[in-house]
Design a protein around this ligand. Structure first.
Ligand code: PLP
Length: 372
């Protein structure tokens, strides 16, 4: 049997291991800024909701409890400004990564179909296309967003268009007028838009807009779906709590497939998600922590000779010294700081590094001192 893994790109993180070892040898220990994994506690109200639902002997449903669907629809309306969001417009998923990886397969895409995603992107969009044996096509975000019809993204055979705003890795944000143009173009060509908005509540110098905002989608969700995750906004990466919202025909079909596949969010996590989405205070507090870490790291990196591009939102600084990214990785590893090379996210990132500010205040302070 041919190995399915042979269809996939090489797992790049192994290449970072020697640099991790170098950074770990620093006498004051490693400052690991290479991954965007939350390090602050799960807010107490969410932990309590999880514990209160610990006695859950029966199977949960894929669509989730009515309380969960109310919470998802309510949050989408309140936080994203979407209108008339019904239960049929929401669907929980088991963390957004599995959705991204299996979406083309679950949509029934295959050879002859194209899946497009930004040239600099979270690698799982490409993985999803390859798992389905669809053709993976990368587009340049700036030129495509400026003029979708004039850009070199050919709509023929294109079935699924991934947007990611705010972007991992660049922290760039698509403006409302750019989203409007893209959605219009996609609808004209019958291309389904999936907009990964995992970092929507983490805007610093920009206010990210959802594809579900009525100014963008015209108040109808036809052909548009947004992907949201609680991993970053609520420190819930360990819970696997995420959902999609938008076109009910697409979500209805995904629900059928995912029921057959047993892709259920555990009942205690469903309860925790309801609590998390009903509370904005912990998000405000977490944002303040990240804002301080971001400001400290940004100043230190710039003082150390880095230029920061984009980075208006998300949990990353997209930084360059105008040299090959692996030279930057090596230089910072000598200082005991581990970052992600930009070429992990596409060759367009080969002179950048991605610096996550998901480290404790103590570790961020250590990095700032070493860069000084
Ligand atoms: C752009 C983007 N999408 C999706 C994910 C997956 O998040 P999760 O599976 O924790 O919901 C990540 C994680 O880093 C991400 O950066």
């Amino acid at each position: 049997m041919p190995a399915v893994s042979s269809r996939l790109p090489a797992f790049p993180w192994d290449k970072l291991e020697p640099y991790k070892a170098t950074a770990a040898a620093h006498p004051d220990g490693i400052v690991d800024l290479s991954v965007g994994t939350p390090v602050d506690p799960v807010p107490e109200l969410i932990q309590k909701a999880l514990v209160a639902a610990a006695d859950s002997p029966g199977y949960p449903t894929v669509w989730g409890t009515a309380e969960l669907r109310n919470a998802l629809a309510g949050w989408v309306e309140r936080r994203l400004g979407a209108v008339d969001v019904a239960h049929t417009n929401v669907l929980p998923v088991v963390g957004s990564k599995e959705l991204v990886a299996w979406l083309p397969t679950q949509l029934g895409l295959g050879p002859g179909d194209k899946v497009a995603y930004p040239r600099l992107a979270y690698p799982t969009y490409e993985v999803g296309a390859r798992l389905a044996r669809a053709e993976a096509v990368a587009y340049d975000t700036a030129t495509f967003a400026a003029d979708p019809a004039g850009a070199d993204l050919d709509p023929s055979g294109l079935k699924l268009l991934w947007l990611n705003s705010p972007s991992n890795p660049t922290g760039g944000v698509l403006a409302k007028d750019e989203l409007i143009r893209i959605v219009a173009w996609a609808r004209e060509h019958g291309v389904l838009v999936f907009s990964d908005e995992c970092y929507v509540e983490l805007g610093w110098e920009a206010e990210p807009v959802s594809v579900l905002h009525p100014d963008v989608c015209g108040g109808t969700y036809e052909g548009v779906v947004a992907v949201h995750s609680l991993s970053k906004r609520s420190n819930l990466a360990g819970y696997r709590a995420a959902f999609v919202a938008g076109d009910e025909a697409v979500l209805g079909e995904l629900l059928q497939i995912r029921k057959h596949g047993g892709m259920m969010t555990p009942a205690p996590v469903q309860a925790a998600t309801v609590a998390a989405l009903g509370d904005d205070t912990h998000v405000t507090e977490q944002r303040a922590r990240y804002a301080a870490r971001r400001a400290a790291l940004r100043t230190a990196l710039e003082g150390h000779g880095f230029r920061i591009e984009h980075s208006e939102a998300s949990l990353y600084l997209w930084a360059t010294r105008d040299e090959p990214c692996w030279e930057t990785v090596a230089h910072l590893a000598e200082l005991g700081i581990l970052v992600a090379p930009g070429d992990f996210y596409g060759t367009a990132g080969e002179s950048f590094v991605r610096v996550a500010f998901t480290a404790t205040d103590e570790r961020v302070e250590a990095a700032v001192k070493r860069l000084g």
